[in-house]
Design a protein around this ligand. Structure first.
Ligand SMILES: Nc1ncnc2c1ncn2[C@@H]1O[C@H](COP(=O)(O)OP(=O)(O)OP(=O)(O)O)[C@@H](O)[C@H]1O
Length: 684
């Protein structure tokens, strides 16, 4: 056991090293490109990076490893961090360098130094500062491996115990009074009867079952207690780094070779976005085995998602190396359409969709042969219209694009250009028309493309993204159970076949990740009811659970439902004052009215997208439709009127996604009938 003084000494030493690392690295990165970087004392292979100006702050040091090399009596130590750097007599290697496997995946590492690994020290951070260290001795050794360097801190002010420090950072995890969702009295009206109110009730699971599940879930994990601490911290609207607690399987997926297709399926909250973001960062890291890629594209579902992952990427990646873009923005750019396009992406799967690319290519060839296309920038819109209308008309009378009845019928059903250009549903096809006219130049393409929430990408959209691929190297991540509409493929095999992944059709196997990080087991158990029996079984690390609450609004006035939703949102905010709370509803307009009438105002968004945040004094509440909540997470969520959420192919993908956005607490507010699958839970 080490005393508080000794612990503070270790932290002080490591924080001093960290602050010098950050300062000297930043100085180095700010030097003009090409300035030689001196290296000294190199005893492990690592390549210096010639950086440019960093976008945002640099990631702090992640860990320190102690190695006994040869006959050395005293272990030598080095750091793992965002980039290679040497300062004073110290050296840090990139988290993506092969030697970092000693920290992230010691059990699988084939690194020649693995046998000398004596101990590892993992850091916890508060923004860029190291605030705690956790030491693990991996091999017995004379003396303590890091001791020689630890500072002695003589002064002993009252030392907060580690748990207490975490509770301070995370008020929502400190003991709370028993909670009840609020009964939502509507000002000036009768108060409503609410039933039942069960937040605070814990599921009666035998302790051996819980212990068994925890053991199963934590098998093969590194520092599971640190991970749980992190999961209990309040969420923000950006993902924060989990590099210190990145798990062996996650690191393995992030660092898999670039040229083999990777398809990852996982229940909600199993860390797919974490893997997607770290994979992007890993692929462009100059120290990775096999060399860095110059440019990687990460496609996500929404602008909010782009913001969400940027918190994780910007401290690790040089500007310009990873482009994160929302699907719709990519389509708008490709189509050369300004602003946004309204409407939902409804529609039914159509076998012809995947053939849209070859049909538009044919239309462009026809238009070119007949000199129907103009040159110059100003002609972009006209040319797109010409190609689209040729498609709609199945080419020219004497030269049809196709004689296939299915394709002809598909083309005939297309609306006139002026109508199509206003509908989100036809945006992918317009993008395809523009791309058939002008292919992206090699410099506009990416060496590897990662698509997150891939279950929601339609066949025409896959074709559009494919235009940006340089080598046909892909990583696809998603959850087929969260499909939001019928317009996308319903299996990974179909997507892999479409993109031509693997040597033969059906040869690409998906990797299934099963360890749930977000959403307590109680929330997952509720959401599981929406899945067919054979697909159930989502498991969470968070078993310290409270059952989701069901609040039935008995007054029939539509505003009563909205009032109850806002009241419960505010109630959850009071329980998570430093965290995030969202209301997710199919019809948010009535929620907006309720918020307005209580003095909330809409926030402004950094991008030109609509802001989903509402503000009142210091308080913030997000209001989403299921579509915009995709890929996001909050400490607590109110789901409004589940019976209104659409079903697709007999599934409740949008409701399933919405219920699983909550990390810690979920309240379901309803007035109309509940979907059959939730009825029993609502009666509890
Ligand atoms: N190794 C880890 N250490 C700490 N937290 C982690 C780790 N891996 C994932 N998490 C946390 O788990 C949460 C869920 O992760 P993520 O968003 O990547 O899941 P997902 O599978 O993409 O979810 P969904 O499909 O529901 O959008 C995030 O808060 C993330 O920070």
């Amino acid at each position: 056991m080490i005393g508080p003084n000794e612990r503070r000494g270790k932290i002080a030493y490591e924080e001093a090293a960290n602050s010098t690392y950050l300062r000297t690295l930043e100085d180095r990165l700010n030097q003009p490109v090409g300035t030689p970087v001196p290296r000294n004392g190199v005893w492990l292979k690592g390549l210096p990076t010639f950086g440019t100006q960093q976008d945002g702050s640099i990631h702090p040091l992640v860990a320190r490893l102690a190695l006994r090399a040869g006959d050395d009596a005293v272990p030598r130590t080095f750091y793992i961090g965002p980039r290679h750097h040497t300062w004073d007599d110290k050296e840090c290697f990139s988290w993506a360098a092969p030697v970092a496997d000693l920290f992230f995946r010691p059990d699988e590492s084939e690194h020649h130094l693995i046998d000398g690994l004596v101990a590892r020290r993992t850091f916890s951070h508060r923004i860029q500062r190291i605030v705690a260290v956790q030491d693990e001795t991996l091999r017995s050794h004379v003396g303590r491996p890091f001791d020689a360097d630890d500072l002695v801190v003589p002064e002993a002010p009252r030392a907060p115990r580690r748990r207490a420090a975490i509770a301070q950072l995370s008020p929502s995890t400190s003991p709370q009074p028993p909670a009840k969702p609020v009964s939502s009295p509507v000002p000036g009206t009768d108060s409503q009867e609410i039933e039942p109110q069960e937040t605070g009730a814990t599921h009666d699971m035998p302790s051996q079952v819980v212990a068994g599940q925890v053991a199963e879930m934590t098998e093969g994990m590194r520092s599971p207690d640190l991970v749980l601490d992190r999961l209990h911290e309040p969420r923000t609207n950006r993902l924060s780094s989990v590099l210190t607690t990145l798990q062996p399987d996650q690191h393995g997926l992030a660092s898999a070779p670039s040229d083999a297709p990777l398809v990852i399926q996982g229940h909600p909250g199993t860390g797919k976005t974490i893997v997607a973001a770290y994979r992007a960062a890993h692929l462009v890291d100059d120290e990775r085995a096999g060399g860095a890629l110059m440019k990687v594209l990460l496609v996500g579902p929404t602008d909010e998602y782009v913001h969400h992952v940027s918190g994780l990427l910007s401290p690790l990646v040089e500007p310009g190396r990873v482009r994160v873009v929302a699907m719709e923005r990519l389509l708008l750019e490709a189509a050369v359409v300004k602003g946004t396009v309204g409407g939902a992406l409804e529609g039914v799967p159509d076998d012809v969709d995947a053939a849209a690319r070859s049909l538009t290519d044919l239309a462009v060839r026809l238009a070119t042969a007949h000199r129907m296309l103009s040159t110059g920038k100003a002609a972009v819109r006209e040319n797109r219209k010409t190609v689209y209308e040729l498609l709609r008309a199945n080419g020219l009378r004497q030269q049809p694009l196709s004689t296939d009845a299915e394709k002809i019928s598909w083309m005939r059903k297309l609306p006139a250009y002026d109508s199509a250009v206003k509908q989100r549903r036809f945006l992918p096809l317009l993008a395809q028309c523009s791309l058939s006219i002008r292919q992206p130049a090699p410099a506009e393409r990416f060496e590897h493309i990662i698509v997150d929430e891939a279950q929601d990408v339609s066949p025409v959209e896959w074709n559009v993204i494919d235009h940006y691929s340089r080598h046909g190297h892909w990583t696809l991540l998603g959850d087929m159970n969260q499909r939001r509409s019928d317009s996308s493929y319903s299996s990974w095999t179909q997507i892999a076949d479409h993109l031509g992944l693997g040597e033969d059709a059906g040869t690409v196997r998906e990797t299934v990740i099963r360890r749930g990080y977000r959403s307590t087991q109680a929330i997952l158990r509720l959401a599981d009811r929406l899945l067919p029996r054979e697909l159930r079984g989502a498991r969470s690390l968070q078993v310290d659970e409270e059952e989701p609450a069901f609040v039935r609004v008995q007054r029939h006035a539509p505003e009563a439902l909205a009032d109850a939703a806002v009241d419960n949102g505010q109630f959850l905010l009071s329980r998570h004052p430093h965290g995030t709370v969202a209301v997710i509803a199919m019809n948010p307009a009535r929620i907006f009215t309720a918020l307005h009438s209580r003095g909330w105002r809409r926030g402004t968004s950094a991008s030109d997208a609509v802001s989903h945040e509402w503000l009142k004094g210091e308080e913030r509440l997000s209001v989403h439709v299921p579509e915009s909540a995709r890929g996001l997470e909050f400490d607590a969520v109110v789901v409004v009127e589940p019976g209104e959420f659409p079903r697709n192919l007999g599934r409740s993908g949008q409701l399933y996604t919405s219920l699983t956005r909550a990390n810690r607490e979920l309240v379901v507010v309803y007035q109309g009938p509940l979907p059959d699958e939730l009825r029993r839970a609502g009666r509890r």
